[in-house]
Design a binder for this molecule. Sequence first.
Ligand code: PRX
Length: 665
Amino acid sequence: MTDLGPNDMVDRNGWGRDRPAPAGSPRDPPAAFVEQANVSDEDIYERFAAEWPDCWERAAALLSWNRSYESVLEDGDAPRYRWFTGGQLNAAYNCVDRHLEEGRKTHAAIRWEGKQGERETHTYRDLYVAVNEFAAALCDLGVDEDDIVTIYLPMIPELPIAMLACARIGAPHSVVFAGLSADALAARMDAADSEYLITCDGYYRRGDAFNQKSKVDNARLELEHDVETVVVDRLGEDLPHVLGDDEWDYHDLREAFAGETVEPVSRDAEDMLFLMYTSGTTGEPKGVVHTTGGYLAHVAWTARSVLDVEPADTYWCAADIGWITGHSYIVYGPLALGTTTVMYEGTPDYPDRDRLWEIIDRNAVDVFYTAPTAVRAFMKWGEEYPDRHDLSSLRLLGSVGEPINPRAWEWYHEHIGNEECPIVDTWWQTETGAIMVSTLPGVDEMKPGVAGPGLPGIDVQVVDDDGEPVEPGGTGYLTVDRPWPGMARTLYDDDDRFRSEYWGRFSTPENDDWTYFSGDAASVDEDGYVTVLGRVDDVIKVAGRRLSTMEIEGAVTDAKGVAEAAVVGRSSEAAGTDIYAYVSTERDCEPDDDVRHGIETAVESAIGELAVPERIVFTPELPKTRSGKIMRRLLEDVANGEELGDTSALRNPEIVGEIQSESDG
Ligand code: PRX
């Protein structure tokens, strides 16, 4: 693994290196909120600490178990911890069936807001019928327990229905974000040996029909194995399509299995619920494995204690289900609690910049959870858009995915929350499964720009290079000392990488002492509140989405005429980070618009449009050390207009000035 020195701590939000943002003035949670909060017990931290790990039984108690677990935590095979062992349950039963039994048949489970202005309400009863029929269809197609089913769908109701149908029959799903490319889809299906795919003909982008099926066709050509494919007809007449071999129409299948029910399969707590591919420190995406019991308990518990979700609420997490935030806090957490979860397909500025506020107003949304990149965009558009709507139904606001700077926090608090809603700034990761660091909104003081303490039962530590906790005010690496139920159990087919990337840096296996390293830098204050500064590895967050600079670099280098490339992140007001690519071309290749276009196309086809660099800077050579390594950190300084560090180790220092002037140009 890369050796990370203190100078590697990069704050990508323009706050300067090694220095947390000055926090805004602290606020107590509003009394009216505290009075009704799900958790308002000030002793909760002490009680969880005293009872650990049994404290997590409170999370498990939010679920219905077919067979009770025998032990809360087994640590004999650390860092492959096992939670709630011996217990059996079914995630779909927990998210759907039991709510019918509890008298919530006609309660809205999902409210869907489509891109074309469509609106649908799916009650828990509707969801039950859909999930059962589709589960029956999947069984008929040959899906067995433990087969991995890939789902490649945009934000339409069939996406959570498909996830829950898989969960019902014990087939782990692997959802691939609909905006990723054919190559990315094929790579993930290949890595997971996935022989089943649920997708659609296309979807709407700002009103235009976009063909998703052609990406699927290309991906299938790349795969060596056959793929049974279910296609949701989303576009109808707007994009007629013909089904090929091994392809099935979703609606026909539903009709063929109308009224059928399928017994939910009892899964062991430690059985895989899903696989989620995410970017890591190398070009290879990694398949993060989440389990049924621990994951579901952790997401349900945090949806209840941090997001304060109640069954009677209308709750809206405006993320995409194609990433972990949507899995945990659009689908599994809220549905496990029996609430109404809003799902929207769209862009916040289409048809106008008040789309989100209109949805909140119309649905009387109680809890709203989004990413700082969205808040910064709203702030730029101005308060006239939220001002057009009645947002008084809101009780709590949440932030996730990147650091939220105090200015954006204040704007969110004032203009969306009317200074009456607490804000939870929640830090977590694909690998942690659920929220790890946040204030408890009914208990803790909020500090704008500062995420908060580790949640009760979560032992978060900011440590120095030697793994020693830093003093209050200090900066270091964000680590977690004790296991937690929602943690990833391994990387699919790559346990060695799981051990080295997360547990290799700060653990001492000879003492059986295991510490999880998040890949983030952070600072901690005298109250134990953590300010997350950003990644210290080759992962970047662009508009809240996680990408790997190495993966993008691989795609850029594959473009015609490119000799070498280095990809770095540049702090940006809007997206948090923009992608900058520094490229040198082959000797006989003129760096021109054709090469530029070729690079853009190569990245789009290898990963997806979301990874296309904001800027491509051509340079005759890349800055290199005497041993021939590209000095990416120097390029990052150049991209960010920062003062350059020591360049004495460079073999070609003269190139730096040239790159700087190209970058500025
Ligand atoms: O750098 C941290 C940032 O997002 C990374 C995890 O990305 P991903 O796996 O895509 O999960 C995103 C949604 C949970 C982290 O390593 N991050 C996440 N939440 C915050 C954050 N950075 C600062 N503050 C946060 N609240």
